[in-house]
Write a new protein. Sequence first.
Length: 733
Amino acid sequence: MSVIPPETGPRARPPRLARRTAVFAIVLGFCGLTAPSTATADNLPADDAQNIELHVAAGLRGTVAPGEPTSTIVTLENESESELSGGRVSVELNRTPLADKAAITRWLGEEKASGTFSPLGTDTTKPVVAGESSSTTIVVSEKTLGDLTPGVYPLRAEFTDPGSGSVASAGGETGEVTASSVLVVTETQASQVGVLVPITATPADGVLLTTEELVALTAPDGALTAQLDGVAGTTAVLAIDPSIIASIRVLGTAAPTEAVEWLTRLDDLPNARFALQFGDADAAVQAQAKLPALLQPTTLAPFLEPTNFPLARATPAATDAPEATLGATPTPTEAPALPDDEQLTEIEGALPGILWPRETVTPADLAAFEGYLGENTTAIVSSESVGGRSAANATTEGHDLLVTESSASASLSAAAAEADAVARQRLLAEAAAYLFLASEQSPGAPVLLGLDRDETRTPDGLRAAISAADSLGFDLSALRATTPVPAKISVEAGTAGAADLTTLLTDEQTLGAFSSILADPQVLLSPERIRIMRILAVGTPPDAFSANVAAHFAQTRETLGSVSIPASSTIQLLTANADLPIGVRNDLPWPVTVQLDAAPTDPRLDVQPRTEAIVQANSTTRVRVPVSARVGSGEVDLRLSLYSPTEVLIQSEQTVRVAVRAEWETIGLGIFGGLTALLIGLGVVRTVLRKRREAAEEAAGTATGAQQADAVDSPSNVETTTAAPEPKDGRRE
């Protein structure tokens, strides 16, 4: 049998932690200069709380073969601000084995066990500076262990001040600082142990991982990289969330290099694997909600950007158009080769027909699973669901099961999540103890362990946990082919989760009708379905499920109210015929097409009953509704509603008041006409006067010219002259 080593972790065990906490005094000596402070048991200021942590580990991850020597390592961690003085550590072993799981849990949780303890060894410790740790190794010979038979034995360590024999406790009183663990004495056996490791990642928006998230997760120090580092070189079986694969593939050529390399590395691992449901949705809740089929994303097409995929040559189909030339060869065109949903979510080498739901699985759920995936469906359940039986391959009422040992799985999960290697040892020893009991229950039978969903495991913690349990050559397919052990499901069906799922799907149907305002409804519905599936994720803590459902319900209400008619004050209608501007707001990130219905409460106002409008994303558009007033003055209420092009009500009826002042148009026209007539009259008068003035001026000018002409033509004013004849020779006489 492969045995598991112990490592300690941050498990909530208040009694144990109280015994491991001590308060020390700070002694200040003055010899010309102030001496460094040292925590001792003799002088303790009441307001100075100092803590120490004690850890003990024995054997190889908590195990030792019968008749073999071993060693124990005691680690003292000084978590105070003062130096811890040297002391003495002692290790003791109870030679009465722990008989069952309850006894192991009681010992590790409360440090209570029957039988007596005998010393394995003691050693002195050196002073430990503040914030540091110190380890001491105590060798235990085979003679000291004696003839211990295979079993799980209580182990404890104690730290004391060598002077007083005790250290100060938190209240100023003296007490012991102890640590507990177990020593598992076991022979090497051929039992096969397999470890199931879920690989999941939850995006912040609850849909698909973004480029930035993928870069962070698949970086050398990223969480997804840590998962592959932890399972590399082991026989762990990988349970992979297809949404991680899809998040990378939908990006096409725009996928980050780190993410592409991570996916290639995953494909190259030789580990057996199977696919979780998309988003790790719980199949048991879906079965209890009586769904006819497991939920799937409606489509991943909205996440594809065609420019990120290579072009593929395609030949157009033949056409019957008259202009088509008989016998002409269609011209090939180029279009992006977009992958379908199956290609986006495919996990290479994944074993089919395996579901890993929550522990609340009933026989009715198992029957539903076979309806979902076929007759060869296998469900993974906890040993607690089958009355504590830990046989890895079981059957109940004709349904195939893979059973994980619950206690060992929980301890191993805590060890994989523990970043502190020293603290991890106790958890590995605890897992080894539970695994020993499981193997004793069914000697030689395979044992299956399943780690919790955890997206923050360190590679060292995960590798240590897997290495402590899995067996080389473990084959999940071979395990499924072995003869199953009869088992009986002992879990009662829950109804709360099923009722919440029904509510979520009802809201989804409402959103489906609402989405008819979009050119492509899937841009809204596809993310909605994925968010619902992530709410059902197996890794979601039970106390967070109801809160997530409530948050999603609020988000749905917000989406349904994102397209609306904003409240408006009274609209003034100053003419008998006009277009009323009605605002329509769209808070969605996509354009919408809506039908605005308008109906007056009074027949004195004629309104165009329906107006179609396209409202751009994240904007408000003024939709102009033609109206005609039959009265000169008055106030009329206008009822407004929004519908989609498929007659789905988007916003229920609301009222806007219209103040009709149509007589103002007549008055305005009269005033305008009067002013026009006046201006025309003034223009005519001015023109007539100007013409008269010009005529008078012209007449006066004509009279003056005549008088001047008469004066020139008078005889008294005419002078007669005679020209002398020219001489013939050209000279003047």
